[in-house]
Each structure stands twice: as structure tokens, then as C-alpha cells.
Design a protein around this ligand. Structure first.
Ligand SMILES: C[S@@+](CC[C@H](N)C(=O)[O-])C[C@H]1O[C@@H](n2cnc3c(N)ncnc32)[C@H](O)[C@@H]1O
Length: 268
């Protein structure tokens, strides 16, 4: 096991729903042009490609992922776009891209660097294939940025185990905090580096929206449950305890659930 999530069908479906859920938080600070050719490294099942196509109508999106089963699912999720040549998919690691220098107008990476010990070789490689002046957005996790009220000990303990496992697998559960430094090390010019708060508190008044918000987060946490159980880092009763706490949070009007990711925008 080297990947904390799995490549199972439910996890692939979760990535699609996660992208839709996070779209309103992640995208307002992103701008690509309608004629751009855009590269996504770590495109998974094409979830962000669908958002990008909808929002920016770019000329072309090229998705790269090292996992063939993800690309097969991306193809199934974007059949018409691949057929029409608006989307192209490649199996490759991000640090060895099968493209010439200076060919893309833009690039983005979402939720990939948490799985790596050193993202700089990938950032450098993306810089190589970007045109001079090309725009590069990256959004990554900061798992230390999770705040839950009322205090929920099972969620807290589970999250600590999740992050310990990510470290053990060679990843970085706070990769977002390192984005500005890594982009500078790769020779890019930073235009912005901002927190992306994803928050539920009393401002969210719609009961359906509150339930959906917490369901999405519960599923996000459980995307690591099989790996955590397999590695013995949680005991079998823990997922049930975590679910019980999420259920309580969903009925409590005082609940605050906040997660801050980080987003960097840089130019070649
Ligand atoms: C959590 S998924 C995110 C997928 C997509 N960016 C999204 O937001 O829905 C991370 C993806 O990165 C891919 N990945 C991880 N390391 C990679 C690398 N070094 N090169 C290319 N893809 C990689 C994994 O196979 C996986 O599909």
C-alpha cells in the first residue's frame, strides 16, 4: 500500500462528488482563458477537468495520471470530450511528462502533492512545458487546518491516525503549507498564495446543505479507512465511533467545521 485513498469504484465516485462540492470554494480565484490549452497533472478520474471545461471553456485540457485505472475512469467520465479532441489523457508520472517545452497556456494540480515527499521535480517539469507567461494554479491540503466544534474525540483521534499514515507512506498531509516555497524552488514567480477556507457554521442555515457538507467530509475522512484498518493504525470500532460523532454534529446548531486548504498561483 502506498496510496492512502484507494482506486476503488466508490473512491472514484467520491472524487467526482468532491470536485462538485468544493467547486464554489476552489474556483473563484482561478482564471483561464477560453482558448487556453491547459494541463492537469494527477487528473484522477477527470473530476476537475469537468469543472474546468464547464467554467472556462478552454480549447483543450490534457490530463496526466500515473494510475491507469484512474485514466480509464476519466475516459468513461468524459467520452464525448475525448472523442471531440477537447480532452486528451496520458499515463505518466508528473516528473517526466511526454510533452515538448513551452506548449501549454496554463496548468493546475489539485490534491496530488500530499502523496509525495518532494513535489519540486513535478513543479519544475510542469514549468518546462508551460509557455513563458503561462499560468499555474495548485491547491493542496493542510490537514492541520481542521477545526471541529464541539470537540469530537473519535474524529480527532482518527484524523491524527490518518495524517500519521500519510507521513508513513512518504506523503505530506500539510503539503499546502509548502506550496509557495516549493514553487520558488522550482523557479516560478508567485502571484498569490492564499488559504481556501471550507467552513460550516451558523451562517450555513439550510439543513440539506449542512447535512451534505458533513456527509462529504465524513466520506473524505473515510477515504483512508481501509488503509488505516489494514495498517493497524485504527481499531475496528473506530469508524463507527467517527460516524456517530458526525451524526451528532449534523443535529447540533452550534457545530463549527472548518478546513483550510492552500492555493498558489504562479507564472512562468
Ligand atoms: C486525490 S487524487 C486527485 C485527483 C484530481 N486532481 C481531483 O482533484 O479529483 C490524486 C491523483 O494523483 C495521482 N498521482 C499521485 N502521484 C502522482 C504522480 N507522481 N504523477 C502523476 N499522478 C500522480 C493519483 O494516481 C491520483 O489519481
Amino acid at each position: 500500500m502506498s496510496y492512502i485513498h484507494s482506486f476503488s469504484a466508490p473512491e472514484q465516485q467520491r472524487l467526482l462528488e468532491q470536485a462538485e462540492f468544493l467547486e464554489k470554494y476552489l474556483y473563484p480565484t482561478i482564471a483561464f482563458g477560453p482558448d487556453d490549452s491547459i494541463l492537469e497533472v494527477g487528473c484522477g478520474v477527470g473530476a476537475q477537468i469537468r469543472c474546468m471545461l464547464r467554467r472556462f471553456k478552454p480549447a483543450m485540457i490534457t490530463g496526466v495520471d500515473q494510475e491507469v485505472s484512474q485514466l480509464e475512469k476519466a475516459l468513461a467520465n468524459l467520452p464525448d470530450e475525448v472523442q471531440a479532441g477537447t480532452v486528451d489523457l496520458f499515463a505518466s508520472t508528473g516528473d517526466d511528462l511526454p510533452f515538448d517545452d513551452d506548449i501549454f497556456d496554463g496548468a493546475y494540480v489539485f490534491f496530488v502533492f500530499e502523496h509525495l515527499s518532494d513535489p519540486v521535480p513535478i513543479i519544475r517539469e510542469i514549468k518546462r512545458v508551460l509557455k513563458p507567461g503561462g499560468r499555474f494554479y495548485c491547491t493542496e491540503v493542510v490537514n492541520q487546518g481542521l477545526y471541529v466544534f464541539p470537540y469530537s474525540p473519535a474524529i480527532s483521534g482518527y484524523w491524527t491516525a490518518f495524517n500519521n499514515l500519510q507521513h508513513k507512506l512518504g506523503g505530506n498531509p500539510d503539503a499546502g503549507m509548502h506550496l509557495a516555497s516549493c514553487f520558488i524552488d522550482a523557479g516560478l514567480s508567485i502571484r498569490s498564495f492564499i488559504p481556501v477556507p471550507v467552513v460550516m457554521d451558523k451562517r450555513m442555515t439550510d439543513a440539506v446543505e449542512r447535512k451534505h457538507f458533513l456527509d462529504m467530509w465524513e466520506r473524505c475522512l473515510f477515504s483512508g479507512a481501509s488503509a488505516l484498518l489494514e495498517s493497524g493504525m485504527i481499531s475496528p470500532e473506530v469508524p463507527e465511533q467517527v460516524s456517530t460523532e458526525f451524526e451528532k454534529l449534523s443535529h447540533n446548531p452550534e457545530t463549527i467545521f472548518q478546513y483550510d486548504a492552500r492555493q498558489v498561483f504562479a507564472v512562468k
